[in-house]
Every structure is written in structure tokens, then in C-alpha cells.
Design a protein around this ligand. Structure first.
Ligand SMILES: O=C(O)[C@H](O)COP(=O)(O)O
Length: 211
């Protein structure tokens, strides 16, 4: 067994609340989002986890979630690396549109395909495969080597940048990833084997409400 990797999706953002496609746009957390981050942080504190380093995107909602989590685990000054590679999937021309309006315009099924499929990009944006093509190499070069050295690494990022990672870690098929939704603020704790495969996964909270 080597180290520990913790993934957490940011708490609810203002645009999650308004039901808008967000992508690379940069809204703040809502009051609920702050609470979700606090709950996730508390769960990590209760599990006794201490981190060696944290990674996040260049977007506020992920950085603010990380700050709240680090406060809860008593490590407010932890070394943190921010990188665009961990940003949310770029939603392209859908960014800023209401998700229900989009369903009315293009149909429920098409919108679901844009949101959850592996390789169909929304107009002007990234498919999950495109997102994975930047997230995965970043994970391999910057994050994984630390975990393999035995470090405990925290990653605060986004619904789809983390889905891209979880798909590979959990060896999910293109069909399975279609159904995967990550809840906001719920940490996933992975223990990795020395060969980079997953030894165990523990979800510290309730994923069932995610949509
Ligand atoms: O970018 C967004 O709109 C959200 O962060 C994720 O949205 P999705 O659940 O529609 O992919």
C-alpha cells in the first residue's frame, strides 16, 4: 500500500443554485456551498486525515472549498498548487445558459449526452474525454508520484474534472460514466497500491442526492 488521495468536488456555487452551465466561468460558493465544504472538511477531520499537499483549479469555487476544508482539518497554511489542468470541463457555448432552457431547446436526451457522455462535446466546449486529456496527464505527473511516495494528497476540483479522474481510478466504462454524478462537498478517500491501482475507496458522506 502507498499513500492516500482525497478528491472533493466544490460546494454548491451561485450558478449551481441558478441551474446554469458554469464550466470555466467563475461564480462564488453559496451559503449552502460553504456549509457543504465545512461538512466535508469536518468528515476528513473526524477521519483523522492530515495532508502533505493540496491541489486545486484556478477557479474560486474550488479554491474557496479547499480553504474551508483546510481550516476544518487544522491545516490552513498547507502548501497548495493551483492549476488550470484541474478546471471544470469547458462547457463552451452552453456556459451561462440555464440547463432547463437548454433541455427545452435541444431536448432532454441531447442535453444529458452533453452533460454526461464520454466523448460528445457540447458546442464549442470539451467532452469528458477532452477534459480527461488534460486532467489525467496532470494527475500522472504531478499528483500520483506524491501518492506513490506515501503522501496524503487532497484535490479540490469540479464535477467533471473529477469524473474524468474517477472514471480511470474506478475503471469505469463509457456506459458507466454516463450515470456517475458527484455530490458537492463529499470527500472520496482512495488508498492506492504501489502499482497505482486502487486498494480501497471510501466516500465520506452521501452521494445519492447528486444529479
Ligand atoms: O459546469 C457546470 O455547470 C457544473 O459545474 C457541472 O455541471 P454538470 O453537472 O451539468 O456537468
Amino acid at each position: 500500500m502507498s499513500g492516500t488521495l482525497v478528491l472533493v468536488r466544490h460546494g454548491q456555487s451561485e450558478w449551481n443554485l441558478k441551474n446554469l452551465f458554469t464550466g470555466w466561468r467563475d461564480p462564488d460558493l453559496t451559503a449552502l456551498g460553504i456549509q457543504e465544504a465545512e461538512t466535508g472538511g469536518q468528515a476528513l477531520a473526524d477521519a483523522g486525515l492530515k495532508f502533505d499537499i493540496a491541489f486545486t483549479s484556478v477557479l474560486k469555487r474550488a479554491q474557496d472549498t479547499l480553504r474551508i476544508v483546510l481550516d476544518k482539518v487544522g491545516q490552513p497554511d498547507l502548501e497548495t498548487i493551483r492549476d488550470v489542468a484541474l478546471n471544470e470541463r469547458d462547457y463552451g457555448d452552453l456556459s451561462g445558459l440555464n440547463k432547463d432552457d437548454a433541455r427545452e431547446k435541444w431536448g432532454e436526451e441531447q442535453v444529458h449526452i452533453w452533460r454526461r457522455s464520454y466523448d460528445v462535446p457540447p458546442p464549442g466546449g470539451e467532452s469528458l474525454r477532452d477534459t480527461g486529456a488534460r486532467v489525467w496527464p496532470y494527475y500522472m505527473t504531478e499528483i500520483l508520484p506524491r501518492v506513490l511516495r506515501g503522501e496524503t494528497v487532497l484535490v479540490a476540483a469540479h464535477g467533471n474534472s473529477l469524473r474524468a479522474l474517477v472514471m480511470v481510478l474506478d475503471r469505469m466504462s463509457k456506459e458507466e460514466i454516463l450515470k456517475l454524478n458527484l455530490a458537492t462537498g463529499v470527500p472520496m478517500v482512495y488508498k492506492l497500491n504501489a502499482d497505482s491501482t486502487v486498494a480501497s475507496k471510501q466516500v465520506l458522506g452521501d452521494m445519492s442526492g447528486a444529479h
